[in-house]
Design a protein around this ligand. Structure first.
Ligand code: SF4
Ligand code: SF4
Length: 132
């Protein structure tokens, strides 16, 4: 089970001013209880605080078109690379391991160097573990 504060790629811990992807490290947030409980942002959840964290969240967070929109449809051999079409007509790319949209600067890396991506390796390990 991942950390209860990990929601759709965001850390929603009350230790933060607002939900953020900044402290998220898949190995930690998606790790087992002993791992995520050692995180400095971890707080004991209550049903109220967890519920309050929900409205901030959407599938991959909220895209910021200035940094996330792509004029051409991206493509990557990575199975965790998700492409969406935004209502503006722009394309968006997201990483299913990181649980967030990828910036324009990250997308070319996922297109060209996906085989060496450390997050992909984490995603594959987590996938294997979930099958057991
Ligand atoms: S492990 Fe830490 S950073 Fe990750 S979701 Fe939990 S509290 Fe946030
Ligand atoms: S960051 Fe890595 S795992 Fe995520 S989509 Fe890009 S290549 Fe795949």
């Amino acid at each position: 089970m991942p950390c209860p504060w990990f929601k759709d790629g965001f850390c929603t811990s009350p230790a933060l001013e607002r939900p953020s992807t900044d402290p998220v490290i898949p190995q930690k947030c998606l790790g087992d209880e002993t791992v995520y409980r050692a995180c400095k942002y971890y707080r004991e959840p209550t049903s109220i605080s967890l519920k309050a964290a929900q409205p901030y969240i959407s599938k991959f967070g909220k895209p910021l078109l200035l940094i996330h929109s792509l004029s051409k449809k991206p493509s990557s051999g990575c199975k965790f690379f998700i492409v969406e079409k935004h209502e503006s007509g722009a394309y968006l790319a997201a990483c299913d391991v990181l649980g967030r949209y990828l910036t324009r600067y990250e997308v070319p890396l996922c297109e060209k160097h996906w085989e060496n991506c450390p997050y992909r390796r984490v995603g594959l390990v987590l996938e294997e573990q979930s099958k057991k």
